[in-house]
Design a protein around this ligand. Sequence first.
Ligand code: FAD
Length: 339
Amino acid sequence: MRLIDPRGAGQGASRASAGMLAPRIEGHSVALLQLGLASLDLYDNFVARVVADSQRRVEYRRTGTLQVALTDDEARRLEEQHHALTRAAVAHSWLDAAAVRRLEPSLTDAVVAGLLIPGHGYVGVATLISALSDAAGRLGASLSSTEVREVSSASGGVRIDTSDGALTSDVVVLAAGSWSGGIPMGSTPSPPVRPVRGQLLQLRFERPPLSHVVWGGLGYLVPWEDGRLLVGATVEDVGFDEGVTIDGLQQLLACAQTLLPAAESARCDGARAGLRPATPDELPIIGASSTMPGVYYATGHYRNGVLLAPLTAVMIAELVLDGRERAESVLVQPARFGL
Ligand SMILES: Cc1cc2nc3c(=O)[nH]c(=O)nc-3n(C[C@H](O)[C@H](O)[C@H](O)COP(=O)(O)OP(=O)(O)OC[C@H]3O[C@@H](n4cnc5c(N)ncnc54)[C@H](O)[C@@H]3O)c2cc1C
């Protein structure tokens, strides 16, 4: 198996990601919720296998998410979510202001209510990418740091033209994130994926200031074990610009300072931006091409590519190796976009 990527593994949006595993948070559609929950179920085994295959540590914790309301309006919306979770028999706790403060004493006094979903968590994406790369290498995969210029049908397989010459393979999985639409595919249309920039700020504390991933109206905070805190994220339609901007940083600082007063004295540990690959229906494109034998798609994961990684991997592996389709396939068929 060969990974062809000029940047190396996981250096696009994945490198910038906050790594939250929280399918019940972001106002997801029913289909996206189904995909997210199926993938979250696979996460324990996915990480255990990557750790075993790579012999590397992955920071992965199911610490739960705490959504907080700072206004009565936000509290009303959170309460509606609480009732919906109760109807769906999902484990969670509705917290008043005093209970939120007991759980997370560093949060602002302005919190009026909170919703704790204990099944959620996060993965340290840098540690996951390193472990995945090592595991793949140990299992025989190689990396070519070249660019794919075109994918086309050829006798005996699929032809891949790269900046370093042409290759032929039985199977090609197109997984180029936001850039997936820019790779010519013969007479098949390119995947309708567009970039949506997200900026993320990293702060450093002496010890973790929070014990849960926290969501507020302006954004979210992800506390790592070593005292680093991720503050995310902007959502911007600016094409393929991967730059960090003053405007973006101001938005993230406002989020951090509003939720966590102690952020004022934290060290700034850097900022980064990535391009989320969005499709018109905000669902990923995962599965076999309906027009080009041997071509598969694993792209368009928009805001949830880290969460959906285990499910995507299993779906592609089962399809390519055994020709089996999982139940979730109907939600993410390439054919819905003529692919
Ligand atoms: C700020 C931010 C926060 C996020 N937070 C979360 C989160 O908390 N939870 C979550 O689940 N998701 C999150 N996401 C979304 C998640 O990061 C993406 O959905 C996911 O990383 C997409 O992965 P990908 O591999 O498809 O794309 P990418 O990681 O962008 O990888 C695409 C790769 O394709 C390569 N490539 C491009 N063109 C070519 C070519 N012609 N030839 C060869 N290679 C090529 C690129 O070099 C790149 O390495 C976040 C994203 C951002 C930006």
